[in-house]
Design a protein around this ligand. Structure first.
Ligand code: HEC
Length: 150
């Protein structure tokens, strides 16, 4: 019986410790300043995001590379693309790969094919690009199909 209690305490403390670790990595309280969309467009072109991206409803020039994955940014989404999600897509692209593409087209072994800009991009450039991109995402409520069974 004592042994069972000891095991229960051990398990409970392990759960607690891992819970604390999760808290420490929490994004709670994280907030970047607002950027400038006009400057963001400049940065987007200057950093040649257009090598692999087009933007729904925007006339940015295509600079095709040999084997582009061409991922469209913006367009119809079923829920708001948050600031946090866009920032994450740019500085930690492998965290969640873009929806709607075959994994083998946009990633290798779970790593996104997107360039890593983290050593090149300033925080200002990052927040400007996010402000530029966000309005291109248009939230459209999902079109549910109701099947009527006879
Ligand atoms: C070498 C090609 C390449 C370049 C250059 C590139 N990306 Fe990407 N990007 C990708 C691929 C592939 C994906 C899809 C996989 C993923 O989600 O990481 C992606 C995904 C994204 C997404 C998420 C899209 C979604 O619907 O979830 C955003 C936002 C994005 N890129 C922004 C940028 C910005 C901003 C730049 C320029 C600073 C850039 N990318 C440059 C290849 C590229």
């Amino acid at each position: 019986m004592k042994k069972q209690i000891a095991i229960a305490i051990l398990v409970a403390s392990l759960v607690l410790v891992s819970g604390c670790d999760r808290d420490r990595m929490s994004e709670k309280g994280f907030r970047l300043p607002e950027g400038d969309a006009v400057a963001g467009r400049e940065t987007y072109l200057y950093m040649q995001c257009t090598q692999c991206h087009s933007i729904a409803g925007d006339e940015s020039p295509d600079l095709p590379i040999d084997d582009p994955p061409y991922v469209e940014l913006g367009g119809k989404v079923t829920r708001v693309k948050t600031y946090g999600e866009l920032v994450t897509s740019i500085i930690n692209p492998s965290h969640k790969l873009a929806d709607g593409y075959a994994e083998e087209l946009v990633s290798k072994n779970g790593e996104s094919n997107m360039y890593n800009y983290n050593r090149l991009m300033t925080v200002q450039e990052l927040v400007d690009i996010v402000m530029f991109l966000q309005p291109y995402y248009k939230v459209i409520p999902p079109d549910y199909e109701y099947r009527i069974y006879p």
